[in-house]
Design a protein around this ligand. Structure first.
Ligand code: RTP
Ligand code: MG
Length: 140
């Protein structure tokens, strides 16, 4: 296994309910290290660019406006096999299908307002990390 980095976002439904620390505890208990983190307000332009791959999907407009509805916490997580491991810890996109103990099972409210984002491949992780962070802001 390799030491990897992945991009995580704690979404507006979770920041609004003051769950940042609880979500971070799930990540840290799973062995992921938070090596960069900031709380930001996304603009529609930024959210649209970040989720560009989904622009033809029916939920795109709803997703962009949700992601701008309150601050988000963007973070870089580091660990062994971090991309896939983080996806496991997040749980299924739809909280009704998420496994026990996952962030989405514990905290997500719906398929759209599902508390967290995680990169889905190492290649996308690199692109998504550089979308939000300069290399000098990442402190392992
Ligand atoms: P994410 O990218 O946020 O980590 O989530 P994911 O890979 O599990 O899911 P993805 O298919 O990439 O979808 C991105 C986000 O769009 C919202 N969504 N809404 N209303 C819907 O049917 C629907 N489907 C997806 C969710 O916020 C999802 O996380
Ligand atoms: Mg995705």
């Amino acid at each position: 296994m390799a030491l990897e980095r992945t991009l995580s976002i704690i979404k507006p439904d979770a920041t609004r309910r003051n769950l940042t620390g609880k979500v971070n505890a799930v990540f840290e208990n799973a062995g992921l290290r938070i090596v960069a983190q900031k709380r930001i307000q996304l603009t529609e332009k930024q959210a649209g660019a970040f989720y560009e791959v989904h622009k033809e999907r029916p939920f795109f407009g709803e997703l962009v406006s949700f992601m701008c509805s309150a601050p988000v916490v963007v973070q870089v997580l580091e660990g062994e096999n971090a991309v896939a491991h983080h996806r496991d810890v997040m749980g299924a996109t739809n909280p009704a299908e998420a496994a026990e103990g996952t962030v989405r099972k514990l905290y997500a409210q719906s398929i759209g307002e599902n508390s967290v984002h995680g990169s889905d491949s190492l290649e996308n992780a690199k692109r998504e990390i550089s979308f939000f962070f300069a290399e000098t802001e990442i402190l392992p």
